[in-house]
Structures are given as C-alpha cells and as structure tokens.
Design a protein around this ligand. Sequence first.
Ligand code: SRM
Ligand code: SF4
Length: 571
Amino acid sequence: MTAKTIDRSRDLSQSLDKLSADERMKAASDYLRGTIAHGLLDRITGAMPSAGDVKLMKFQGIYQQDDRDLRDERRRQKLEPAYQFMIRVRMPGGVCTPEQWLKLDGLARQHGSQTLRVTTRQTFQFHWVLKDSLRPIIQGLHEVLLDTVAACGDDSRGVMCTVNPESSLFHAQIAALAKQVSDHVIPKTRAYHEIWYGAERIASSGPEEPFYGRTYMPRKFKIGFALPPSNDIDVFAQDVGFIAIGDANGLQGFNVAIGGGMGRTDNAPETYPRLASVIGFIPADKVFACADAAMTVQRDYGDRKDRMHARFKYTIDDKGLDWIKAEIERHMGSKFEAERPYEFTSNGDVFGWVETPDGRHHLTLFVENGRLDLAWLDTLRDVARIHTGKFRMTANQNVIIADVEADDRAAIDAVLESHGKAPGHVSALRRNSIACVALPTCGLAMAESERYLPTLIDKLEPILANHGLAEEPITIRMSGCPNGCSRPYIGEIALTGRAPGKYNLYLGGGFRGERLNRMVLENAGESAILETLDEVLGRYAKEREPGEHFGDFTIRAGIVREVTEGRFFND
Ligand code: SRM
Ligand code: SF4
C-alpha cells in the first residue's frame, strides 16, 4: 500500500506495554523477521524453537501443527508431538494456470503427503509438511509466480472473487481486480524474500511497511468480490465485500458491505458471527481507495488489547456503523452513493459443463470438502497436461476446469472418464455441503468435520429420500469448532463441534448467504441430530410453499426465530 501511511499520532498514543502480547511481539519482530531463519536450521526438534516465530510465520502463510491422531501415542512413548506444517498459498480469486497446477501437484507429491486441500477461501493448503520441506515448497511456488505472503496473520488475507461461470460477464475484469487488490494490500516487508528465497537485506531510507507500520492489523482482515447473481464467496462474511453492479454496457461499480465475520468462541456471548452491512455504492475506480480507507479505520481503531474483540465487526459495533462509514468516507475522500439494486440467487456452485456468452466452456467438478487425494491429483494432473485455459477454485471447495475451447471438451471428458472421475450423480445435499479441515491437523478442532460430514450425509440422504426431498438443494455446513471456517452460521443446516461426537445444530440460514441461522440443539450427538432433522425435514416436505427454501421455511414455520439484527445471539 502506498497511498495512506500510518496515523502516527494514534500509533504513539497507544503505549505498547498496554497492548496485548501479540502486539508487542509484532512490534519487536523487525517487520516479521523474528528469528525464523535461525529457527529453521535447528535440527533438534521438528518444531520451530521460538513460540514468537510460530506466530510470525502465519504472516508468511505457514502454520505449525502436530498430528493429533498421534498425540497420545507419542506422549506415551515420551516423544515430542509429530510436528508438521500447513502451508497456505496466496491465490487471489482462486485462479491458477495449468503450469501452476502441475507445480502444486508436484510439490504435494514430493513434500505434502500426496494431498492438497482446496479451502473455503479458494486456495490450496499443503498439509503434513516437515520443517525441511518448507523452503523447497516456497521456492517451488516462486518458480511459477506463486507465494504464501499474508495467506494468514494479522493482515489482509486472500482476496476472494466469484468464480461461478454463470457470472462470467465481468469475471475476467473482477478477477484481475481481486489480484490487484491482493498485491496492493499485502505486507511490503522484504522479510519473506530474505527468509524463504535467501535474498540479501537491502538498506532503504523509506519506511519498510508504509501502511501497516510495526504492528500490522489488530487481527485478520478479509476482502471479497461477488458477482450477482452468484454469492458463492459469501460476501456478507467478509470484513469488506464488494458486490459488482453492472449491465450489458459494462461494470459500473460496487455496493460495499462491511463488518462480516463468522468466528465466535464457546461460552463467550460477547463474541458472535455478524453479516456485513451494505453502506453504499462506489464507482469501480474507487475500489482501491475504499479498501485502503476501510483498512485504515480498522488499523487505527481496532482493539489491540483483546484479540477476541479485535475483528472489524466489533470495531463497527462499538463505534457505530454511521461513524465508521463517515470515517471511511473521510479517508476515501468521497461519499458513498446510495446502494444500487442487486439480487443473489444462491451461494452454491453450478455443477457440470456450462457455456458462457464468450463461447468458452467451464466444467465444475464436485470435490468433497475440497480434499484432493491421490486419485484426484492423478486425474487433475492429466487434465492440466492438456488444458489450455485456467483452473478456478470455488469458495465451496470445488474445482472448475475453466475457459475450455469447444473442441477441447471431449479430451477433458475422456481424461476424467479414464480415471473414473466423470461427473456422476451426487445428491443435492452433498453438492451443497462444506466441511472445514478440523482433525487431525487443526490445533483448534473440538470435533471431527471433514472426516465426518460425508458419513453424516450418508445417513441424511435416505431421510431426505423418504420425504421426497432427494433433489432439494439445501446447504449444510460443518465446522469442528465455533470458529466457523466453513462459514456455518449462514448454512440452512449447520453443525459446529463442541467435543468428540458432539455438535451444536443450527437451522434457518439463508440459501443465498443473506441470513444467519440460530442454534436449535446444543452439544448433541448424532442420533439427536438425525432425529431433529428428520422431523423438521418431514414438516418442510409437507408444509412448504412452492419454491420455498428450507432455511426460509424454518423461519416461516416458527421452528427458529429469524435473526434480524445482522448478528447472532446464542438464545
Ligand atoms: Fe479458518 C483458524 C482453516 C477459512 C475463521 N482456520 C484456522 C486455522 C488456521 C486453525 C489455527 O488457527 O490454528 C485452521 C487450519 C486448519 C488446518 O489444519 O488446515 C483454519 N480456515 C481454515 C480453512 C482451511 C477451512 C477449510 O476447510 O477450507 C479455510 C482457509 C481459508 C483460506 O484459504 O484463507 C478457513 N476461517 C475461514 C473462514 C471462512 C472465510 O474466511 O470465508 C472463517 C470465517 C470467516 C471469518 O474470518 O470470520 C475462518 N479460522 C477462523 C477463525 C475465527 C476468526 C475469528 O474472527 O474469531 C480462526 C481462529 C482464529 O483466527 O483465532 C481460524
Ligand atoms: Fe479448525 Fe475450527 Fe477452523 Fe474447523 S472451524 S478448521 S476446527 S479452527
């Protein structure tokens, strides 16, 4: 970022010793260098020896984890935990080339236990990476112009963009914008180049982080672009969401939504999911100024004492939406215009082949929970070898083979067929399902998610069929803890883990990602969950109105009370 430099008066007024330990750690990190380069050389442990470096590495897209399936056994054997790392790639808008795909594939085979994970923010994660493999992966990504900068950490994360082919009118334009915004908002420190590429430190007279300063953002910050009618990215879950407004004459600009976020903490009602509030319209040439301004306001006023209260949504609710809007306008140097009309039809994906008006063809493949195992890697490697278009990762954890010429379709179909991956019948519920990673890699998981949701759906499918609802699209989302990485609080059916085998069940979210759900069962096991869903789905089958979605029905029927305030209360 170049336009806005840090508000020094505010920076100095908040004496560091009054701020959280993480703020002090960031300030002392020498712009994210810490002692990471040194720690990587330590051969005694598979972990990073410094806890501070573990946190700093997140700003570089790397999480230290350990295999939780092996924890007890390793403890019994008096061994250190099975340390490993997760690496998240920065892939704005979820678009990559076949060359990049082949590199990702090769690195996963060599260093990532032969698996890649498509995430809910349209990128890839490598799991099971050992310390010695970190540099080879990051340097390998660099060879194909990919990096992991700011994929995690207190900074602006991966910028999302609608990829559903039905929204192709402005897709190329908006995808380019998502990439430019991502490049614009990532940290400018050279720490990444020095640690991972071995670059020399260059003396410079200018500020190393002109926007972020020494303490970066108070917390993660998420930006996304949605192209109606598809709300596949869940624009109302973003800190700043840009909703494209245009017509046959071209892109006019964006409605701007601020303050979305899913994360909440168990037994802490002061933490809550919140849907973003639309505050007005900006012309397309104001996108950078608007993103800068919103980030400036959060950087300067976000809570730096309590990390649980540090997301933009809390800053907005504490200061008031009108006040925040006025501050954004002041920094942007212009006023928001009135919100323009738009309509979302769903937040899911459109599967199978689709032809767009530019004569290109796009094939959306269902990849359950985004897990690309060896069979998928083999298949898509063969596709990448012949594909001349792009791959797009969806926010629903699926993969699109995009921009295919009509004449090339048959060859792609043949590759999929030869691997047994030709699109087959998948139930409507499964097609609309998302599960976060959770166990065994996620250190915060309280229950299974990716490894359990497919089995739960196996049990729900006969229930749906029994009620004549087998082809009814209903969104179902599972997270292994309340943090909500699968954006569960917008699902029509959602489950968040409380303990092994125990989940909170939520109903009533909006099919278009426009409404939060509400908890109907707390800390429930599978049989209680299935029993409740059987009953409510049975009523839906009998009592629904034509075209009525399941979430809307649960509200109209009084099964759950609508969340009207844009936030969720645990009552
Ligand atoms: Fe997430 C933390 C995985 C999308 C809210 N998330 C984590 C960590 C890194 C656990 C940790 O801090 O140690 C998880 C790593 C698990 C693993 O083993 O891979 C993790 N989050 C994921 C992914 C991979 C889920 C998935 O199955 O796809 C998604 C990666 C996205 C990406 O590519 O950048 C992922 N996380 C999300 C989303 C959805 C979104 O952004 O659209 C959310 C909800 C939106 C939001 O931010 O409010 C989300 N993750 C969180 C939170 C709660 C944040 C909060 O405000 O309270 C945490 C915990 C934290 O930050 O303290 C978290
Ligand atoms: Fe881990 Fe919880 Fe996120 Fe699932 S929701 S990946 S369990 S932090």
